[in-house]
Design a protein around this ligand. Structure first.
Ligand SMILES: Cc1cc2nc3c(=O)[nH]c(=O)nc-3n(C[C@H](O)[C@H](O)[C@H](O)COP(=O)(O)OP(=O)(O)OC[C@H]3O[C@@H](n4cnc5c(N)ncnc54)[C@H](O)[C@@H]3O)c2cc1C
Length: 456
């Protein structure tokens, strides 16, 4: 490729174009998962939708891969690639709120931290992830599961419109009224269809929530999981949260002598009237007494960032995921066998509830197909020391192998590793063929293939 072409790119984008010879290249190419070590041709730190158009055109015309990066949290490292053009949206984090319409328009590189801070100022929120450093882009396009899913649906269910740069370098709007097929596909279909430079969301009145983590003894784990299974089916939809296998971190509310021991935790988030919060957890307290807890009223963004310190950038990551319809006794037995063996304080297994409002969306209304699953389970291996890669990935795989027979064939695309590409059709069930049609219409050359890829 002629250097002049890269020079043209550098001259025509407002943000930086960082190449291997530039100082800062090693910082710029680093992604959140430290297991991923790729050397892109150029990293474009886009500052505008026009920068994104330039980068897309440059990549397409030169036959280079495109990697899109927002919050950089992709476990398979889809936000980078060898010899690729990385479009880094980190500088596009503007979040504008319209409190009267209860909507917000957020640029595609915003994190949930930036998003929640902006909406919280108006006493509003929408479903986002449970960690504030995750990007709204990757999370929403894959579906979006979080504390508010039972009350308000998935993040993608709250999308009103999106601005998308397509593979041919055009800027289009996707909504119910414009490019409705694209609008359908980006609500669950991930980054397959273009670079989403802005998303407009519906907001809900959520300011303070009642919740936080409770740690229960392993001897109570079976009772806690059975309680969850029975309770969550018709629990009030204002209650979000999930059971988690978790080693006790060194936090002040946990007795020091218990730090480093494995527990079953329950992390709750009651988004109804604050005074009703304690009652929402009453039945759990009747089943078992927590060994330690940090539950109470708090601003929603505080809960959304409460666990950020457990998952700093630079850990090794290997994750597996499944959708689950019923948490059978056999499934619980598999959890009881593998959960207590959680090998690192950063690692965890969450069983997220995706019923309530998520079930009121028809399976074919958005690309996210599993509207009949009650849970999305993630086995999230995260550890600091690469010397322990084998032991940690083995724990994830063993846990997955034991629970898979009690789960659906598909899982949530955002919780999967890159060795799960073979499950893509299962993840989308009856929506897969339509996704292929939309892919053929908007990206027939599969320019956007560094993702859980829907092949045209
Ligand atoms: C610590 C941690 C916590 C998480 N918690 C949750 C959670 O609570 N709920 C949940 O649902 N998921 C959660 N996830 C999974 C998360 O949804 C995915 O990792 C998601 O891909 C992250 O998006 P990102 O923008 O941060 O990542 P990136 O690595 O920047 O992007 C990942 C991929 O998404 C696509 N993408 C991202 N932004 C855009 C865009 N603007 N336009 C087009 N394509 C785009 C691209 O294909 C990109 O390669 C978590 C992940 C981590 C590591």
């Amino acid at each position: 490729m002629a250097t002049a072409t890269l020079g043209h790119l550098r001259d025509h984008v407002r943000g930086e174009s960082i190449m291997p010879e530039d100082p800062g290249y090693d910082d710029a190419r680093r992604v959140y998962n430290a297991m991923i070590d790729r050397r892109p041709r150029v990293i474009v730190r886009a500052e505008s939708v026009e920068d994104v158009v330039e980068a897309v055109n440059f990549a397409r015309e030169n036959g280079l891969d495109v990697a899109v990066r927002g919050g950089s949290h992709s476990v398979p490292g889809f936000g980078t690639g060898d010899d690729a053009v990385v479009i880094d949206l980190n500088r596009m984090q503007l979040v504008e709120v319209d409190p009267d319409r209860r909507t917000t328009r957020a640029q595609g590189g915003a994190t949930w931290g930036a998003f929640n801070d902006a909406t919280h100022a108006h006493g509003l929120a929408t479903t986002g992830g449970i960690i504030s450093t995750t990007g709204i882009g990757g999370l929403t396009l894959g579906g979006g599961i979080g504390y508010l899913s039972r009350a308000y649906g998935l993040s993608c269910d709250n999308v009103i419109a999106a601005e998308v740069v397509t593979a041919d370098g055009k800027i289009v709007v996707a909504s119910e009224h414009e490019n409705a097929d694209l609008f359908w596909a980006i609500r669950g279909g991930g980054g397959n269809f273009g670079v989403v430079t802005a998303i407009e969301y519906r907001l809900h009145p959520v300011r303070e929530v009642y919740g936080g983590p409770m740690f229960f003894e392993l001897s109570d784990a079976a009772d806690v999981l059975r309680w969850y299974r029975d309770f969550i089916v018709d629990a009030p939809e204002e209650l979000g949260g999930f059971p988690a296998w978790q080693i006790a971190p060194p936090l002040p509310f946990i007795p020091e002598e218990r730090h480093g021991e494995p527990f079953i935790a329950f992390v709750s988030c009651w988004a109804g009237p604050l005074d009703d919060g304690p009652a929402a957890l009453k039945s759990l307290r009747e089943v078992a007494a927590p060994m330690a807890e940090h539950v109470g009223p708090m601003p929603y963004p505080a809960l959304n960032s409460a666990f950020d310190a457990l998952v700093p950038p630079g850990l090794q990551h290997y994750w597996k995921a499944n959708f689950v319809k019923e948490l059978s006794d056999d499934a619980i037995a598999a959890h009881l066998e593998h959960g207590p063996r959680v090998p690192a304080v950063n690692s965890t297994v969450h069983i997220y509830p995706i019923n309530g409002a998520c079930h009121r969306v028809a399976p074919d209304a958005t690309a996210f197909a599993y509207r009949d699953a009650t849970y999305a389970t993630v086995i999230a291996g995260m550890w600091p020391d690469p010397a322990e890669n084998d032991a940690n990935t083995k724990w994830v795989r063993d846990f997955y192998d034991a629970t898979a027979p009690h789960s659906e064939p598909g899982g949530y695309v955002n919780f999967m590793a890159d060795d799960d590409q073979g499950r893509i059709r299962d993840n989308y069930k009856g929506n897969y063929d339509r996704l292929v049609d939309v892919k053929r219409a908007y990206d027939p050359g599969n320019l956007f293939h560094l993702n859980q890829n829907i092949k045209p």
